[in-house]
Design a protein around this ligand. Structure first.
Ligand code: ZN
Ligand code: ZN
Length: 300
């Protein structure tokens, strides 16, 4: 058992939450999505969380016995946490709200979706805790989301792009098809989203976990010599006007890029670090059991 208070302070120090301002994404999206629900989110979430949008979000029992690791608070993930978690247990996630980016071979997504109020109530009643860390985890120098992908690919970081969220790496020569196969294995996904050119002799790859479907970031990576671009998303498949406009703009850029663009799903791209770095780090540091909670479906 570890005291929640100690764990909270320790994690917040490790992720340097005080050095970052309010989370650039969730300081906008949390108010926006919860405004449309009946949840008084400012009262339900920890006061510090409602200002930083990172850190301890829901405070449960004082002692943590087990840590569950996931990326998004999807309903199946929260239901499993409720079923298996005991008073005081902690769910550590990258996102405080789910992001549905859509399935390139299936349904388009709904974008950001809030945690249903009844699930928040049940989590509180059971004395369970939730901690999330977004941007500070993406850019972390030891356990960053993009860094974990570079490591899994066997690459060496030589530069960054996209405001340090993306990393440029070099690796042993490969080609597009081998890279796609490698990505499917690393991320345990049935297929990738592919666009752009198929290439031989790939040595330099741009990697960005999550939403790398930004043309400006792709152009920057290409300028820095990347021959392939691997990200969670290479397309926005959000089922609204915004999503459809972004998709059209990307299709126009794709005609002119020389890179191989490979999407591995937003969720899987950010889950990897939990599996390869964070689980071991937490177990070693606190002697607590950590349970990985993968999603059943990564493309969503
Ligand atoms: Zn994300
Ligand atoms: Zn991320």
């Amino acid at each position: 058992m570890v005291l929640l208070e100690r764990l909270e302070q320790d994690l917040s120090k490790f992720f340097r939450l005080n050095d970052f301002g309010p989370d650039p994404a969730f300081s906008r999206f949390i108010p926006a999505v919860y405004e449309k629900t009946d949840l008084d989110w400012k009262r339900e979430f920890e006061p510090e969380f409602t200002e930083r949008f990172n850190g301890l979000m829901i405070r449960g029992g004082v002692e943590v016995g087990k840590i569950f690791l996931a990326v998004f608070p999807t309903e199946p993930i929260l239901e499993r946490f409720l079923e298996e978690g005991k008073r005081g247990d902690l769910l550590f996630m990258h996102h405080p709200i789910t992001m549905e980016c859509g399935d390139p071979r299936g349904d388009w997504g709904r974008g950001f979706i809030p945690i249903p109020t009844p699930l928040i109530r049940s989590i509180r009643e059971k004395g369970l805790s939730i901690y999330t860390c977004h941007h500070p985890l993406d850019v972390h120098r030891e356990v960053g989301t993009s860094l974990a992908i570079v490591e899994a690919l066997g690459g060496n970081v030589i530069d960054s792009f996209f405001n340090e969220c993306g990393l440029i790496c070099e690796l042993d020569e490969t080609d597009t098809d081998s890279l796609i196969q490698q990505a499917e294995e690393i991320f345990d996904i049935p297929y990738v989203d592919f666009e752009g050119q198929k290439r031989e002799n790939i040595r330099r790859i741009a990697v960005v976990a999550g939403c790398g479907d930004k043309i400006s970031a792709m152009k920057e990576a290409e300028k820095k010599g990347a021959q392939a671009y691997l990200s969670g998303e290479i397309h926005c498949h959000i089922d609204n006007e915004y999503g459809r406009t972004r998709y059209r703009e990307m299709m126009a850029y794709i005609r002119e890029t020389s890179m191989s663009l490979i999407g591995v799903s937003h969720a899987a791209s950010e889950y990897l670090v939990k599996k390869t770095r964070i689980k071991g780090w937490l177990e070693h540091r606190y002697g607590l059991e950590c349970v990985l909670v993968p999603q059943v479906k990564w493309w969503m």
